[in-house]
Design a protein around this ligand. Sequence first.
Ligand code: SAH
Ligand code: MG
Length: 215
Amino acid sequence: MENEINYPHIRDYLFDVTKHREPLLVEMEEYAINNHIPVIQRESSRLLRVLCTLARPRRILEVGTAIGYSAIILASEMGTQGVVDTIEIDEDRVQEANRYIERSGIKTTIRVIHGDAAEVLQCLTTPYDMIFLDAAKGQYMEFLPHCLRLLNPGGVLVSDNILYRGMVAKEGFIEHKHRTIATRLKAYIDALMSDDNLLTSIIPIGDGMAVSIKK
Ligand code: SAH
Ligand code: MG
């Protein structure tokens, strides 16, 4: 049970029933596993699709592109008029993401922005209808004011890895190397839950996702 936020049999079952239909996503999932790239869990990606379809965003901002897996998933649920801006700090990953995006044949515009989100976010001014926060868990608190500023009323903020392998909810000893992140994520969850302008639900799927609507 260590490092799991769910019972293994439930996790495995959800994993089984959320298989991708698209060969490219199957390939990317395999590539991510083999190369230790922390892309969104398959069962969480299904929730992301549902949220995207519900919210009908025209503009999405993603923080943390990796190889473009979740960006392609989000874009595939948007119309051709849609725009996904996605920020990635690692240059090699930016290139990989662009290669996969090219191969996906997706007509929705996906713009991979190379840079540190802490800096890029400060430069963004055009609002978004949906924001997917999935990078640098220790900095979510720092990113939050920008997310709130950039989110249209009625827009949805999805924060991934919010339960951090269960360590956020763990009582007692947490290994030193994880302690700071667990503490910061707890503070982030408190900030989401106590913000009167947000309506937030925390879902124990994958590594934990917070879904917040800006009122
Ligand atoms: N959203 C992706 C997975 C992202 S993994 C998916 O589900 O497919 C997190 C990514 O964030 C990593 O590729 C990492 O390089 C990047 N990252 C970490 N810190 C960052 C920062 N400060 N700014 C931008 N990207 C960052
Ligand atoms: Mg994630």
